[in-house]
Write a protein that binds this ligand. Sequence first.
Ligand code: 5GP
Ligand code: MN
Length: 368
Amino acid sequence: MQKISRFHILPNRPSCKVCVRNGENPLKLGTAIAEARNIVIIGHHNPDGDAVGSAFALYRYLKNTGKSARVIFPNPCARNLTWMDCDRVTLDFMNHPEQTCKALQDCDLLFVLDFNRISRAEGMVPVLEGKEMKKIMIDHHLDPDWDNFDLAFSDTTVSSTCELLYNVFYAELDPSLIDAHVAECLYAGISTDTGSFSYSCAHKELFTTIADLIGKGLDTVKVHQAIFDNFSESRTRLLGCCLGERLVVNHRYRTAYMYLGNEDMKKYNYQSGDTEGIVNYGLSMAGIKFAAFFTQRDKRIRMSFRSKGDIDVNIFAKEHFNGGGHKNAAGGMSTESLEAVIRKFESLLPEFYEKSILPCLSPEERDA
Ligand code: 5GP
Ligand code: MN
């Protein structure tokens, strides 16, 4: 594969970097779609609202151009997000490994949405690396793996992959094909990745985008209710357990964390997506700048990190917990026990506080 790539920016969006592999015929998005025979769209493990929203916004857009596609996630998506899959085309690798591998073997154009390294596709990595297909990435996370894509759109300043996808539709494709369902899926990703418009959303372009989506048939109230007012009773009680019994607050280090062990997950009948958003409660306390959430998934520990202001949890997750993400929202993974992971986290706090939290506190906050 040709390794030298060329960068340019998306028209009218200087914050969006576009990387094209510098071959004989540099790939154009519209041409790649028009020429493709079998398109597959993949999202990341534990697909969140932005992964599912961007996948189905693109799926529906492609359908509106007359193209069909498959959507694949490494594991199932949460119950409150399945409404986006209106044609029931999702395959999850965890429950359907053979069908998934077959779909990937047949694919000649792959879209990688809301993540930026093929290596995060977990069990699908060997098939993806072993097969020649055009690979296109659209993502808003830090540090994309540029070399492994034929065409890559990366903007780390936007709220979400959905916001970026909207910009790509306008710059490179046909925005008249954005119908009400595309608009709803895009809004689902924007509203979940901004914590219902509480972070990563202080730029006016985002609200111009939403105004345009409303013009295309988006009902914001309907989408909000489908996503945020659709939890099971057991998920609500799981939240109660986290806040009442599994919350540790360390005011000295301006840090709060919660954890759930296998027993908790079983007791509250954990379903995919049930822990989404819970980490943010840590940051909802005055004075708390850094929040973490540890959940046991059989033999592995999943971690979520959140921070306020300039405190960088992406670096923290990358350096210590084999993860990454954004400055204010990142995740990680460990195969150690829950107790060992929490012990390691606590042992890292004094240094993280001195080097990363303290310099970001205002004089008033330091005295508080
Ligand atoms: P969450 O805590 O909601 O699962 O993830 C927060 C952000 O970090 C998301 O944008 C997610 O894609 C990213 N993220 C979560 N886990 C990992 C990981 O293990 N590696 C990397 N690179 N990013 C992650
Ligand atoms: Mn996202």
